[in-house]
Design a protein around this ligand. Structure first.
Ligand SMILES: Cc1cc2nc3c(=O)[nH]c(=O)nc-3n(C[C@H](O)[C@H](O)[C@H](O)COP(=O)(O)OP(=O)(O)OC[C@H]3O[C@@H](n4cnc5c(N)ncnc54)[C@H](O)[C@@H]3O)c2cc1C
Length: 365
């Protein structure tokens, strides 16, 4: 049996980023995954990176991570360029209530150093070519938000030089002062198992309120013409869309849940209605590909981070934004393993649910 200092369950972006961070600090690490690299949500996510959040802790994790992402080409080893494309995110508002919510979030973001701002309908229309701003009362804009064209290459880059074992970890067993984690013996364990994290920890008496939520992305064929540059989110219409570097348009009904066979046409109708109202240049785009992924959702839509027992750590419950904050999560988790407790763990620790200290994130996609 292999023996290492830290075993990580889960070869998604979280587990791999934690493993990389520990390795760079000289800690011996092995990652165990039942299905290989990026087999979970990390293999589906389209690489969105934003700093427009409605809670301070989410802004902090995002800002720290963006600093890492800007240097991804230098910090990670990859066969392909890993460029964060800062095309901007525009959150549009069609009602005074939504605009007030965006305004409050922008004020908080600015206090946290995020360069977002409220724009009027005219400026929104200038930022997004083709946007019909007639129905808008305003929008929130951050030009530093953006995405990776090859998000899966980013995840693979974290795996470079990391020992990844293919095995299903059926249980975590105590072994003296350490743990048996499938084929690995380790002094400490990090469980970064996405939606399956709670099931692995429950037999140890660690109850985590993480539920699975099916989410869907529609993709068009590649379109040569640039139809949509910044990413547009219309929360009131449960709609988000962007055009990827390869020309495909990615669009979502943000309310799409449950079974695809019964929901598909309804979700298409949501996308079509929002396109007609806001982005008429997308009306004739068809979306032959529907991709399903799973969010690991917590009650406040914030991750659960830090120690849950002696030598046992968790990094899960990312509620749809675990890719973009993986660098900060990795740094904080590695610090915790090496005995340094980041104040974020006092906010996002597993004990917050029992203590009623939820930090509900209002700006969700
Ligand atoms: C449709 C969709 C769109 C998204 N868009 C974005 C976005 O634009 N930006 C963003 O930041 N985030 C986005 N996300 C969220 C993001 O994908 C996730 O938060 C992130 O990938 C979580 O990574 P993870 O490593 O924690 O979990 P996962 O990638 O789910 O990895 C968990 C791994 O653990 C393994 N595992 C679990 N239990 C065991 C076990 N017992 N034994 C062995 N292996 C085990 C699984 O096989 C899996 O590979 C999106 C998600 C979806 C579904």
């Amino acid at each position: 049996m292999n023996r290492v200092e830290v075993a990580v369950v889960g070869a998604g972006v979280t587990g791999l980023a934690v493993a990389r961070e520990l390795t760079t600090r000289g800690v011996s690490v092995a990652v165990v995954d039942r299905a290989g690299i990026a087999a979970g949500a990390s293999g589906v996510q389209p690489g969105g990176v934003r700093q427009q959040w409605g809670t301070r802790v989410a802004c902090r994790l995002a800002r720290e991570s963006v600093a890492f992402w800007r240097e991804a080409n230098e910090l990670l080893v990859s066969q392909v360029p890993l460029d964060l494309r800062a095309c901007g995110y525009l959150f549009v508002a069609e009602s005074a209530t939504t605009l007030e919510r965006l305004r409050a979030n922008v004020a908080l973001q600015n206090e946290e150093g995020v360069t977002s701002r409220i724009v009027g309908p005219e400026e929104a229309a200038a930022l997004v070519l083709g946007l019909d701003a007639d129905a808008l009362v305003g929008a929130a804009w951050c030009g530093d938000d953006g995405y990776f064209d090859r998000p899966q290459a980013v995840v693979e880059a974290f795996a470079n030089g990391i020992d990844v074992h293919r095995a299903d970890v059926a249980e975590l067993r105590r072994d003296g002062n350490g743990w048996i984690v499938g084929p690995i013996a380790a002094s400490a364990v990090v469980v970064a198992g996405g939606v399956d994290t709670a099931a692995l920890l429950a037999p140890l008496g660690v109850e985590l309120p993480i539920i699975r939520e099916d989410r869907y992305l529609f993709f068009s064929e590649p379109i040569r013409e640039r139809l949509l540059e910044p990413l547009v989110v219309a929360a009131e219409r449960a709609f988000a869309a962007k055009q990827l570097a390869d020309g495909r348009v990615l669009a979502s009904d943000l309310g799409a849940r449950g079974d695809a066979d019964s929901g598909r046409e309804r979700w298409r109708a949501t996308i079509r209605a929002a396109s007609e109202a806001l982005l008429p240049q997308l009306v004739h785009v068809s979306y032959p590909l529907l991709v399903r992924g799973v969010y690991d959702v917590t009650p406040d839509h914030q991750p659960i981070l830090g120690p849950v027992d002696e030598g046992l750590f968790v990094a899960a419950g990312f509620s749809g934004h675990g890719f973009m904050i993986a660098p900060a999560v990795a740094r904080i988790t590695a610090d915790a393993l090496l005995g340094e407790r980041d104040p974020v763990l006092d906010i996002l620790g597993a004990d917050r649910f029992a203590a009623g200290r939820l930090v509900s994130e209002p700006q969700l996609v």
